[in-house]
Design a binder for this molecule. Structure first.
Ligand SMILES: *Cc1c(COP(=O)(O)O)cnc(C)c1O
Length: 366
């Protein structure tokens, strides 16, 4: 699939969610007792680790501060120490939605290569695919999973796994039990255009449209738009004199920003006020981050004006609960960044507005 940046292997689409796609990726390629290496730096890497344990895998967890990304150097060291190549998989959440952190998958691939380690590379791209560039071929990622309800702009209900040729090879010896998620059943039926069970047909039609929208805008433009919108949000956070949960700009997420609230303030309070007074849905702090932050999601079908609404609402809610932010300060910072980085030539905007105005007057007169 073009979106994943891959050519060599196969995509599987389940009536499921991102979590189901995780399970499919693991169960089809691993056996109980296999060792895997997984850094934990947020709620989604945590949930994935819990699933792996429940599937009977032996998980070497690299505890990593929440707010940091995958630690390439520690991964390289762990792989180098595994001279018998007992580690079968390296598990990375590309974009940790809980903390607003994007890991460097190319860097993790370099760590695998530096150790000359044959482990498969598994990537959770649920909250990055279709928003942040993914190069499955180039990074030689072996299993990449996503769901329909994030960058693909659809309701929840599809779990998608892309498997490399090496991953497909691994299915031949993998002994984890699998029924609903069996790649083999999918391969046998998909070949003739069928599924082993009822496909989520309405969502498949939706997926077709979502992909058309992304390709029509152009993937490079989609990624640039997410980067631009995200930078505007970060400028707003700076203007509020608050910090993001993300500890280093190299890991800044272009799809979600986690904003740390000052000590003594409960982030859940901001979220509650934003929702009840302003009908604004902010994300909560999860697990160890509960109460310490709120999250602004900025992915999918989104533009500057929609995001200014979210920033303005967050400002009001923060001011309401006593965080000293000047209403308008973050909005102004985002506006000024977006105005100075507008990819649309100003003259063309002016002319198309004239055309639009004359059209609408015409239709009113008619
Ligand atoms: C949303 C999300 C998931 C879980 O996906 P579901 O569709 O809810 O099962 C997994 N990983 C990440 C990074 C996510 O953002």
């Amino acid at each position: 699939m073009r979106l994943f940046g891959f050519s060599d292997g196969q995509a599987f689409i389940y009536p499921s969610t991102g979590t189901g796609a995780w399970e499919a990726a693991l169960a089809n390629t691993l056996s109980p007792g296999d060792r895997v290496l997984a850094p934990r730096f947020g709620q989604f890497s945590h949930l994935w680790i819990e699933m792996m344990k429940r599937l009977g895998l032996e998980v070497d967890v690299l505890e990593t501060p929440w707010g940091e990304g995958a630690p390439e150097d520690r991964i390289a060291a762990a792989l180098a120490a595994d001279t018998e190549h007992r580690i079968k998989g390296v598990m990375i959440v590309h974009n940790e939605t809980a903390t607003g952190v994007t890991s460097d998958i190319a860097g993790v691939r370099r760590a695998l290569d530096a150790a000359r380690h044959p482990a498969l590379l598994y990537v959770d791209a649920v909250s990055s695919l279709g928003c942040i560039e993914f190069r499955m071929d180039e990074w030689r990622a072996d299993l990449v999973v996503t769901g329909s309800q994030k960058g693909l702009m659809l309701p929840a209900g599809l779990g998608i796994v892309c498997a490399s040729a090496r991953a497909l090879e691994a299915t031949k010896t993998a002994r984890c039990p699998r029924v609903f998620f069996d790649f083999g059943d999918m391969q046998r039926t998909n070949a003739d255009g069928y599924f082993p069970y009822t496909p989520a047909l309405s969502l498949l039609y939706g997926l077709r449209v979502a992909l058309d929208m992304l390709f029509e805008e152009g993937l490079e433009n989609v990624y640039a738009r997410h980067a631009r919108l995200a930078e505007g949000v970060r400028r707003a956070v700076d203007a509020w004199a608050l910090e993001t949960c993300c500890r280093d700009p190299r890991w800044h997420s272009n799809t979600v920003t986690a904003v740390m609230v000052p000590p003594g303030v409960n982030g859940a309070h901001v979220i509650d006020v934003a929702f009840r007074r302003y009908n604004l849905a902010l994300g909560a702090g999860l697990n160890v981050m509960a109460g310490k932050l709120f999250r602004i999601g900025h992915l999918g079908d989104l533009n500057e004006l929609m995001l200014l609404g979210a920033l303005g609402g967050a400002e009001m809610a923060m001011a309401d609960v006593g965080i000293p932010v000047a209403p308008g300060s973050g909005v102004a910072a985002a506006q000024s960044y977006w105005r100075s980085n507008d990819p649309v030539a100003k003259r063309r905007v002016a002319r198309s507005e004239v055309v639009y105005a004359s059209h609408s007057t015409g239709s009113i007169n008619a």
